[in-house]
Design a protein around this ligand. Structure first.
Ligand SMILES: [Fe+2]
Length: 264
């Protein structure tokens, strides 16, 4: 048997992630042959990973644990490893839990479901630091004066459901960089690789956003869409976002990673 078969899959993924992203400038688009070959190999490894490879399984709710369940955070994170090139861990979502809309400034990402099903909505950010002008749409509810410097314009790029048999969902500094993740029909878990890792000291802090509703006037919005007409064209529609503090109903706890040790 070749020796490589003894290497846990998650260790191979970590080595390949390091090899793919090491020395990569966060501002470069990585559009070269070497990078894309390495990234393809990483995608193949990540596509193959299953919950059992990390020794995780959907948590069974114990009878009588209702109160404790309510107090535990809706989302928890298992840290696997972090280098200057990438971070890797597992997010676990309770039934009905959501990771609110957030960004990954200057970062690449790869998200692979391990169990359950998640719905992911991906956005591209168009412009930063917009202020409300006379040409801006009216929002419903109206913005408070202190909020008008936190506007962003974005485009909804994709809405998709992912399960363990799906390939990874990818993001880059420019494409699908903002996303919201919702657990669908029960608990879910996904492997998350970010390159480079979040680092507030290096301009890579996580920001949260709220999707603003444009006020309808006489059944017609500012683009002339009749009420309800815009819903089918939701994909690739421009959206107005408001940067907000971390939502109060969202918190992320930590728990130990039970899988094979990873070293770089
Ligand atoms: Fe994310």
């Amino acid at each position: 048997m070749p020796r490589d078969n003894k290497t846990p899959l998650i260790q191979k993924i970590a080595r390949q992630a390091y090899d793919t992203f090491k020395g990569m400038n966060a501002s470069a688009n990585g559009d070269n042959k070497g990078f894309s070959d390495k990234q393809s190999e990483l995608i193949a490894l990540v596509t193959a990973v299953r919950a059992g490879d990390l020794k995780i399984a959907p948590r069974k709710t114990k009878p009588g644990s209702g109160a404790a369940e309510l107090q535990s955070p809706p989302v928890t994170y298992m840290h696997i490893c972090e280098t200057d090139a990438f971070s890797m861990g597992v997010f676990l979502l309770r039934p009905g839990a959501s990771i609110p809309l957030h960004d990954h400034p200057g970062m690449n990402g790869m998200l692979k479901v391990l169990y359950g099903k998640v719905s992911i909505r991906c956005f591209d950010k168009l412009e930063d630091n917009l202020t409300v002008t006379a040409a801006s749409p009216r929002f419903e509810p109206p913005l408070a004066p202190f909020q008008t410097g936190s506007l962003r314009r974005a485009v909804l790029r994709a809405v998709g459901e992912y399960s363990e048999d799906s390939g990874p969902c990818l993001l880059t500094p420019l494409r699908d960089n903002l996303h919201q993740i919702d657990a669908v029909e029960g608990p879910a878990a996904f492997l998350d690789i970010l390159a480079p890792p979040y680092d507030p000291d290096d301009g890579r802090d996580c920001h949260y956003y709220k999707i603003l509703q444009i006020a309808m006037e006489g059944g017609v919005d500012v683009k002339g869409n009749q009420e309800g007409e815009g819903e089918e064209k939701e994909k690739d529609e421009e959206t107005w976002l408001l940067e907000i503090p971390q939502p109060e109903d969202f918190s992320c706890g930590g728990e130990p990673y039970p899988g094979p040790a990873v070293s770089i």
